[in-house]
Design a protein around this ligand. Sequence first.
Ligand code: 5AD
Ligand code: SF4
Length: 451
Amino acid sequence: MKSLVRENDEILVNSAPKRLHIITFGCQMNEYDSQRMAQMLMDSYRLTPFPEEADLIIVNTCSIREKAEHKLYSLLGRLKGLKRTNPSLKIGVAGCVAQQLGKDLFERAPQVDFVMGPQGLYDLKRIVRCLEKGEERLLKTELNEDFDIPYIDVPLPRRGDVRAFVTIMQGCDNFCTYCIVPFVRGREISRPVDDILREIGSLVDQGVKDVTLLGQNVNSYGKKPSEGVDCPGLLKEIDRAFPGIRLRFTTSHPKDLSDRLIECFGRLGTLCEHLHLPVQSGSDRILKRMNRRYSRAEYLQKVEKLRSACPDMTITTDLIVGFPGETEEDFSQTMSLLEKVRFDQAFAFKFSERPGTAAARFPEKVAEDVKSRRLTKLLELQNQIGLEQYRRFEGRVCQVLVESSSREKLTARTRENHVVNLEGGSNLVGRLINVYIERACHHSLVGRILH
Ligand code: 5AD
Ligand code: SF4
């Protein structure tokens, strides 16, 4: 759970009279959506890190794994108390849980004034105006197939950030059997190239130097014939327009990772040598049940192609353990895939049954203690592999982008997406510098500035 602004965060100081507090759960798409909400309301609301002084609180929710509803209700319980001290406070719930629960939320939590899904958030300004006029219980949860993501032409609320995210598409058409995203975020919709270029341009003008393109399935960007430019085409346009930046994208589906896209690594100067490529399982039987539409061998082949295009590439992944029907043999296939690929990092989750998904109806559920045991075993192996992978940088000189500073300690990032901790002055924030990598830790590197 994150608040959009923290104390001492450098934010655009606007003179708006009212105060807005946004709490964000979940992925980077949600963080981006929260920023958009703040942008949309900027002429009448300024951000505050303190919920108790807010006139409007928005909770931006995530439903990808269980406990999301539980967490939301307990947070809403706490926020209810604030309404007693400030009766004019308005509370809204946005995002995937809002989409999933819809008007039921008003019954379970009467302190909620409005509910809006991931498409509905673009209507936020109108919703807030209606609330201010005294309307109650506003709901915006339709999902439209021909929805266009609007361009919001106002400055971003935060300043001083070296990295930024830009959504290039939203929704998903893949229907992996465990996943709730296609139900709560709707069909895939790509943003127009010109809007993306304009938004990156505005970020670059504000000093951003590292841009991550976001979407549930970024490499199927522009797949409708009417859209014209596909993912490699978009990367090339961005590379041409902004040759000074570092460019990344996430998340990718292995089945849509084309040879043309692989060729972009190593050829486009801006494109960083890092790819997040969720594999989910190492067993063909489970991949089929998950409806992933690639085999273990096809995944391994793509990894090989990536590494021959770019030998030092960082590859990270997502994994699910305890999917219905997963046997010890299936699980050992996942463990052996980890040893084969040697990911730099892996995000592993216990299967969580999501209402309305196909896998929620699958038999042969795996017991909770078995899931926990498998997760622990998998993380132990991955921690060891991850550390060994990070160690390949020890003794090397890397160019890093300095992202932030705190009391003479700097946090920087390599092109391959490794965080590097250094000592140095705050004047280096936003600069590209050469560092000597002294040692590797779990999930980070320690470096020394070369003069
Ligand atoms: N249970 C467990 N993990 C899930 N993920 C998505 N849905 C589920 C689920 N029902 C994981 C996948 C995905 C990541 C974002 O979350 O690994 O790649
Ligand atoms: Fe979910 Fe699969 Fe779509 Fe990813 S590709 S958002 S896991 S349905």
